[in-house]
Write a protein that binds this ligand. Structure first.
Ligand code: GRF
Length: 212
């Protein structure tokens, strides 16, 4: 493994960062358990809030967890604790799964091209909060989700994959969010599988798969 690329180390150890219900984290866990992510394991799940529902799920699933409360702490100081924990667990790939906290430049630099995020819109459309509602209110006819590497700008780094769905006339913002979430649960595991394969390169900001 080089400092910049997480892949080709087996097992590929994930550090998953959550703040809430953790349904994407559970979907990744299920993919591993069902053999759809061979050579990938969850080394640690980290939450920045003690009340994240995903933590209780981790306990049921037997996944290791750590909590580093972020409220009121300087970002760089909190992130340094998280980074140290990820290193203790030999994490290769940091997976943001509903982590509601911006990362410090130091953290992003320390895990350059080794942090991925899922966002519930077809980026670059509708970055930021409530992306599904933004898309619905705008009246677009196609919505979806994006898995991307994380850089220093919000919802911005190289895109690994996107899954698109039509917006139906019968949709409301909630039904659309639910249908996007189903796509997220497929997309995140697929993106992690692609990273685990190591079979990719960057052309500028374009992530491309190498011909095998
Ligand atoms: C998802 O919609 C994800 O795209 C966004 O935050 C939400 C997290 O949901 N970044 P969950 O905690 O994984 O259920």
């Amino acid at each position: 493994m080089t400092e910049d690329t997480p892949a080709t180390r087996s097992p590929l150890k994930l550090g998953i960062l959550i703040s809430g219900r953790g349904s994407n984290m559970i979907a990744i866990h299920n993919s591993i358990r069902e053999g759809r992510l061979p050579g990938v394991e969850i080394a640690i799940v980290i939450s920045n809030t003690a009340s994240a529902c995903g933590l209780a799920v981790c306990r049921e699933l037997g996944l290791p967890t750590e909590v580093f409360l972020s409220k009121g702490r300087p970002r760089a100081e909190h992130d340094a604790d998280v980074a140290a924990c990820l290193r203790r667990h030999n994490v290769d790939l940091v997976v943001l799964a509903g982590y509601m906290r911006l990362l410090s430049p130091e953290f992003i630099h320390a895990f350059h091209n080794r942090i991925v995020n899922i966002h519930p819109s077809l980026l670059p459309a509708f970055p930021g909060l409530d992306a599904q509602h933004q898309a619905f209110d705008y009246g677009v006819k196609v919505a979806g989700c994006t898995v991307h590497f994380v850089d220093e700008h919000l919802d911005h780094g190289p895109i690994i994959l996107q899954r698109a769905i039509p917006i139906l006339d019968t949709d409301d913002a909630d039904s659309l969010s639910a249908r996007i979430l189903k796509e997220e649960h497929i997309a995140y595991s697929e993106a992690i599988a692609r990273i685990a394969s190591g079979n990719y390169e960057f052309l500028g900001r374009r992530y491309v798969r190498r011909a095998s």
